[in-house]
Design a protein around this ligand. Structure first.
Ligand code: GLC
Ligand code: CA
Length: 549
């Protein structure tokens, strides 16, 4: 398949953006500080054996695509044996592979193949909770006095739950065991929270890290890294459960962000330090960005995902605030920002930005912004195809958020629909066309297929590939320094590095914007950009990279 992916006309020889010697400071940086990490939702990426479920063999076969695209690493959503209650985030065995996806030797083969292609593999690790089918929880259910029971949060039988905590997926955070005890689950009842004050829990997770690091993985994305420890006395939260747009705040002070958790990250960092070139990236959903940044102090997680862009409206003040505040907060602790525009938990950006042609144009412009900013960039599988949020019929939905809210919340299935690889009836997801994908793929998704977009030089896929190619060679993009400014509906990020400057200018308004410039336009996110000797005319919902002379 790699042969088919070779792009006609892709340039050999010197490009305007490349110089013969890459900047020295860029070469000296650890890879993760400026990596483009492609998030593989394993279940939906590629099905190797024809059961309609994505798997490791399918992913392995598609690695040439990721190498062609030009990303540096892939992060794979949980591949562990799971109870299946929350898309793999309810883990039964942390040192194994779910038979649906393959086995441990498939991970090893994936890592080896990826390495040959210059790609690194990052796994997901889920330390806040296990599956209720985990042997520890099963032992705890069987015997309240077992050592395993001490690894969770149980409370004796009583009329009312022990406190007022709420599950993120809806309803109370406490459920009852068959013998009437209460147990804590901040997510689904099938995801009992671990008690991180029990030292066996910490020891076991360090074994898990080493198990996979010994198999050559380049690190971990750490699920719910702001969780783990809870208030020692499990006191009531002071406020109603009402997360703000950007995450949890003081109203849930007893549940999240306990100071003790930072010691876990220091220990994990020390483990990673034994393995060269590995990294930890945390999911830290806290409203206060300065608190988020603390998780990435020099001896803790290498980075923490920055979700502000993922949650910002298509307006210059929102984007400027998202970028400026992240640069400042992470800059204060010396960590790179890890920019995110999409993931398996949020509505696809094409739809979030308004859907249709407008949504797509904005998503293309946003991609150029993402890839210009200094730091690492996380690209969610399918965003490079401009996939919109899929309509998933209620009866096909799997997400516990949909079911636990009694259908009130749409749930996350619409951003987890399998990848369209070609324009046949099964969209090439499984080897046989007749295989039924685990979530239905909309018929009209054939037009987003990889095979079509590779043939169309104006496709969003080509935009990503070209942008990634320029970013890889240009010292001012993806590393270095940046400042953000706005003028009305025009957002400008000025990126400098290696003595060069590139401005990423985005027109977020409804009319054409005139940008003064004598520089050279390196890339445009869409059609209709006109360049004259002194200015660039930028249509609405369009971005350009301009190298300043
Ligand atoms: C994280 C994951 C999400 C999962 C939750 C519970 O937020 O990204 O998919 O449901 O943790 O593990
Ligand atoms: Ca399969």
């Amino acid at each position: 398949m790699s042969a088919r992916l070779v792009v006609a006309g892709s340039a050999a020889g010197q490009q305007p953006w490349s110089r013969e010697t890459p900047a020295q400071d860029q070469l000296a940086q650890p890879w993760w500080r400026s990596a483009v990490v492609y998030q593989v939702y394993l279940r939906s990426f590629a099905d190797g054996n024809g059961d309609g479920i994505g798997d490791l063999a399918g992913l392995r076969a598609r690695l040439p695509y990721l190498s062609w695209l030009g990303v540096d690493a892939l992060w794979i959503n949980p591949h562990y044996p799971s109870g299946g209650a929350d898309g793999g985030y309810d883990v039964v065995d942390y040192r194994a592979v779910d038979p649906e996806y393959g086995d441990v030797s498939d991970v090893e083969a994936l890592v080896a193949d990826a390495r040959r292609l210059g790609l690194r593999v990052v796994l997901d690790v889920v330390p806040n909770h296990t599956s209720d089918r985990h042997p520890w929880f099963q032992a705890a259910l069987a015997d309240p006095d077992s050592p395993e029971a001490a690894r969770y949060h149980f409370a004796p039988p009583s009329e009312q739950p022990p406190n007022n905590w709420r599950s993120l997926f809806g309803g109370p955070a406490w459920s009852r065991t068959p013998d009437g005890r209460w147990y804590l689950h901040l997510f689904a009842p099938e995801q009992p929270d671990l008690n991180w004050r029990d030292p066996v829990v910490a020891e076991d997770f360090e074994r898990t890290l080493r198990f996979w690091l010994d198999r050559g993985v380049s690190g971990f994305r750490v699920d719910v890294a702001y969780g783990l420890h809870k208030d020692a006395a499990l006191r009531d939260n002071p406020g109603e459960y009402s997360p703000t747009l950007f995450g949890h705040g003081p109203e849930q002070a007893m549940t999240w962000n306990q100071p003790e958790v930072h010691d876990v990250w220091r220990r994990w960092r020390a483990v990673c330090d034994e393995y060269p070139d590995t990294m930890l990236v945390g999911e830290v959903c806290l409203a206060d960005l300065d608190e988020v940044a603390l998780y990435s102090r020099p001896d803790e997680l290498h980075q923490s995902l920055s979700f502000r862009l993922l949650k910002s409206k298509w307006e210059t003040p929102a984007f400027a605030e998202a970028i400026g505040s992240a640069l400042e907060a992470f800059g204060r602790v010396g960590a790179p920002v890890s920019w995110v525009l999409g993931n398996h938990d949020k509505e696809r950006m094409v739809s979030r930005f308004g859907g249709g042609e407008t949504g797509l144009a904005r998503a293309r412009a946003a991609a150029m912004l993402l890839l210009a900013l200094p730091g690492s960039a996380y690209v969610y599988a399918g965003d490079e195809l401009g996939l919109p949020q899929a309509h998933v019929p209620d009866e096909a939905k799997q997400d516990p958020i949909f079911h636990r809210s009694g259908g009130e919340r749409a749930g996350r299935d619409g951003c987890r629909v399998p990848m369209p690889w070609n324009a046949t009836s099964g969209v090439g997801f499984s080897p046989a066309r007749s295989a039924r994908p685990w979530l239905p793929v909309p018929a009209e998704w054939k037009r987003h297929a990889v095979s079509r977009q590779t043939r169309d030089s104006g496709s969003v896929l080509h935009l990503y590939r070209t942008a990634l190619g320029i970013r890889a060679e240009h010292p001012a993009l993806g590393s270095g320094e940046a400042t953000v400014s706005t003028r009305g509906d025009v957002l400008t990020v000025r990126c400098t590095g290696g003595g060069r400057t590139v401005r990423c200018v985005v027109n977020m308004g409804t009319g054409t914007a005139l940008v003064r410039s004598r520089g050279q336009v390196l890339l445009e996110s869409g059609p209709g950009v006109h360049t004259s000797a002194r200015s660039v005319a930028l249509p609405p919902d369009t971005a350009v990279w301009i190298e300043e002379s």
